[in-house]
Design a protein around this ligand. Structure first.
Ligand code: HEM
Length: 333
């Protein structure tokens, strides 16, 4: 399995909405909820000035200050300063714990995700995250796919979930992990295993306890304008639609070696083999893949990625990170 960058980035602030989850939420230690260092500084300052030129009656409008209060505030500084140091320590520990959890997840995935299973695992990512609707702020990367496996569009994904369930139970024995994190990391591992880019995935997604709304994934019969609109509703651009569709290079749709993640998807799209009446060539790709080449804006990106695999890898990486963060609710830190 290819090496994966272990990175910890703080989840975006808008994502800190806790939702019910079997994964124990990080509780910010109560002790750290006290005033911050800067708050203490402000108080000390606000109390010092009136106290020098106003009497000590303590009834001025700002802080009712008197020397006693000032002394209490100042004497509290070393103690609160120690608390402030603890915030840094706490964050460092959280980052450290995520990094070690990442290693455990990666190890366990390494035991179950083979090249032959990589395509199914990567498809699972899109089917979990792809329910996201930006305007409704619904769906997204929340592990709800585990409740949606009977839906026709998810046919064939049960085996991928089963594979990951084995790895997840091993990880849970050490440190509980959400389905959403497990699937997000598994997809990145699948890509890297098959020779694609190394994709760093942030941990901390919370799982939904119910299925997402139905009918949010794009149908394979959509034309290019339909696909673009569908992706736009998920906050994904046309360029990201084209880059992410490159995932179809893995699996059995006829885009080069089914076990190798490379840019052959784009090279083959440009040849339009499905126009050929001869044998297997006409079977290559899905109607949605064929539609992309018929659209000028998509075609521009297809040509770029067909010529430059590095550019494809970089853009895929960026779009993948966006996809697995779509609609995610993050545990609070
Ligand atoms: C653009 C809209 C998309 C449509 C309409 C679509 C639809 C489909 C369909 C119908 C299949 C065939 C499933 C089967 O063989 O039973 C498939 C396969 C696959 N899809 Fe997509 N998909 C889309 C985008 C994506 C994205 C964004 C990803 C991941 C980032 C993805 C990953 C995959 C993979 C890896 C496979 C191969 C699975 C295998 O062979 O086991 N797809 N897709």
């Amino acid at each position: 399995m290819g090496s994966l960058t272990v990175s910890y980035t703080k989840p975006p602030p808008f994502c800190s909405i806790p939702s019910p989850s079997p994964v124990p939420e990080f509780k910010f230690p109560a002790i750290l909820r006290g005033p911050s260092h800067s708050t203490v500084k402000f108080r000390a300052k606000a109390c010092v000035f009136p106290a020098t030129d106003v009497d000590n009656s303590g009834d001025n409008g700002y802080c009712g200050s008197n020397r006693r209060r000032m002394l209490i505030s100042i004497s509290a500084l070393p103690f609160l300063f120690r608390l402030n140091q603890s915030v840094d320590e706490y964050c460092a520990k959280a980052a450290e714990s995520d990094a070690s959890t990442y290693v455990v997840i990666k190890d366990e995935l390494g035991k179950v995700v083979t090249k032959a299973k990589a395509a199914g695992v990567l498809r699972l990512v899109f089917h979990d995250a792809g329910t996201y609707e930006k305007d409704e702020n619904s769906g997204g990367m929340n592990g709800s796919i585990v409740y949606e496996l009977e839906r026709p569009e998810n046919a064939g994904l049960k085996k991928s979930v089963k594979i990951l369930a084995k790895a997840k139970s091993e990880v849970d024995a050490v440190q509980s992990v959400s389905w959403a994190d497990m699937i997000a990391v598994a997809g990145a591992e699948a890509v890297s295993l098959c020779g694609g880019p190394t994709i760093p995935v942030t941990l901390g997604r919370l799982d939904s306890l119910e299925p997402d709304a139905e009918g949010k994934l794009p149908q394979e019969s959509l034309d290019a304008p339909g696909l673009k609109q569908c992706f736009q509703r998920k906050g994904l651009s046309t360029q990201e639609l084209v880059a992410l569709s490159g995932a179809h290079t893995l699996g059995g749709k006829g885009f080069g070696n089914p076990l190798v993640f490379d840019n052959s998807y784009y090279k083959i799209l440009l040849e339009k083999p499905w126009k050929s009446s001869s044998g297997m060539s006409s079977m290559i790709g899905l109607p949605s893949d064929h539609a992309l080449v018929e659209d000028d804006e998509c075609l521009r990106w297809i040509k770029i990625y067909a010529e430059d695999q590095n550019k494809f890898f970089n853009d895929f990486k960026t779009a993948y990170v966006k996809l697995v963060n779509s609609g995610a609710k993050w545990r609070s830190l």
